[in-house]
Design a protein. Structure first.
Length: 395
């Protein structure tokens, strides 16, 4: 069985000019966490068999197989190959699962996985892919903007504006508390040339009253034909209520994460630390219009493969792809808030697309160690209706 030797991540910076990590290139972000994972594990980089990195917008500074570029700059052997994968927002977690699968199959002994995204330097949609740049394809497939999909879910599920705003406030308050208590210190890597030492989006003093005054973020894009497309697939919604805004939606961020995965025997032979064991993993797809429910379905599939029930899980780290998806997850799976994103999530700390999944692996390990939990689950939804889930247990 694959074990996690080390998991590290950068803080997340605001995805804008002047953001805390905007001065660092995607390669520099990724190189920082690669080096840190190797050094903290105390492993000889020459022993690493492969590198798998997730990235959602593979163009410009994030193009040309950034996994290979960064691994060479990080000091890995030229004999160690690298591959960059794209499952949109779920890319970083899928990279970890791919590394675990290669180890479980006996193909590799030691794999460096992770994810990177610099949204400030390589903006969302800048790769100009046909899924969102070609109206004919978007309409034929049924792809809509993620925010419209989130508003569709909120409408179908009957969540009120106050419920969504309360969840957003909860995320910010929990994130600030976790940072104040040093929960994330174990996995944090500072990026050379920057001064950012904490996730930059966290707003500790935000309130439901503050959020109630925020303007809906996706009404305009919905009015330009996206609502019509969504309702053609889900007429039972009647009329989409646009209830998500910048306070209860994930903030765009820059960041990177790295996870060093080994076979259990290799870790023992080399005397490497073992922070966790990858018990199971799963991918799942749903209708691209509803889109963001795929992560929840992938989690359910991963639990089934592990022979576990939701009640068996002590901690869930679920990418906060809008508040409605988190409330739906808690309600559908009967998960108490205490077990769900105990230290806040991407609404408060930022969503760095391809990096988020690998960052959440580090976040889960940090929380399991802080709370002395024995197991946990990471889940994430991506564009086009794809989701990934992973079950991790402490060794």
């Amino acid at each position: 069985m694959a074990v996690i030797v080390e998991a590290v991540r950068t803080p997340r910076g605001k995805a804008k000019a002047g953001g805390g990590l905007s001065g660092a290139s995607p390669t520099e972000l990724l190189t920082s966490v690669m080096r840190a994972a190797i050094e903290r594990a105390g492993v000889d980089p020459a022993l690493i068999d492969d590198v798998v990195v997730g990235c959602a917008t593979q163009t410009g500074e994030q193009g040309a197989d950034i996994a290979r570029t960064a691994s060479l700059l990080a000091g890995l052997s030229h004999e160690t190959p690298g591959v960059t994968i794209n499952r949109f927002c779920a890319s970083g977690l899928d990279a970890v699962n791919m590394a675990a699968a290669k180890v479980d199959a006996g193909d590799e002994r030691l794999v460096l996985a992770g994810g990177v995204e610099s949204v400030s330097r390589v903006p969302m949609f800048s790769d100009d892919g046909p899924l969102y740049s070609d109206p004919r394809i978007s309409r034929e497939i049924g792809s809509v903007h993620m925010g419209v999909a989130a508003d569709l879910v909120a409408t179908l599920e009957g969540f009120s504006q106050e419920e969504l705003d309360s969840y957003g406030v909860r995320s910010h308050h929990r994130a600030f508390s976790a940072w104040s208590r040093g929960v994330f210190d174990r996995s944090l890597v500072l990026v050379e040339g920057t001064t950012l030492a904490m996730d930059e989006h966290v707003r500790p003093n935000t309130s439901v009253a503050d959020m109630a005054s925020m303007t809906p973020a996706f009404a305009n894009v919905g009015a330009r034909g996206q609502d019509e497309l969504a309702l053609s697939r889900y007429p039972e919604a009647g009329e989409i209520r646009h209830v998500h805004h910048r306070g209860n939606s994930p903030s765009l961020a820059d960041g990177a994460g790295a996870v060093l995965v080994a076979s259990d025997q290799t870790a023992k032979d080399l005397g490497l630390p073992r922070r966790g064991r990858v018990r199971s993993y799963a991918n799942h797809g749903v209708d691209p219009v509803i889109m963001l429910t795929a992560g929840q379905e992938a989690v359910a599939k991963a639990l089934d493969r592990a022979g576990m029930k939701v009640a068996d899980v002590e901690r869930f780290e679920f990418a906060e792809a809008f508040a409605a998806l988190c409330l739906k997850f808690e309600r559908d799976l009967d998960v108490e808030p205490e077990r769900f994103n105990a230290n806040g999530g991407t609404i408060a700390m930022g969503h760095a697309f391809g990096a988020t999944g690998s960052i959440l692996v580090a976040t889960l390990l940090d929380e399991m160690e802080a709370s002395d939990s024995t197991n946990g689950v990471v889940g994430i939804s991506g564009a086009a209706g794809m989701g990934v889930g992973t079950v991790i247990e402490r060794v």
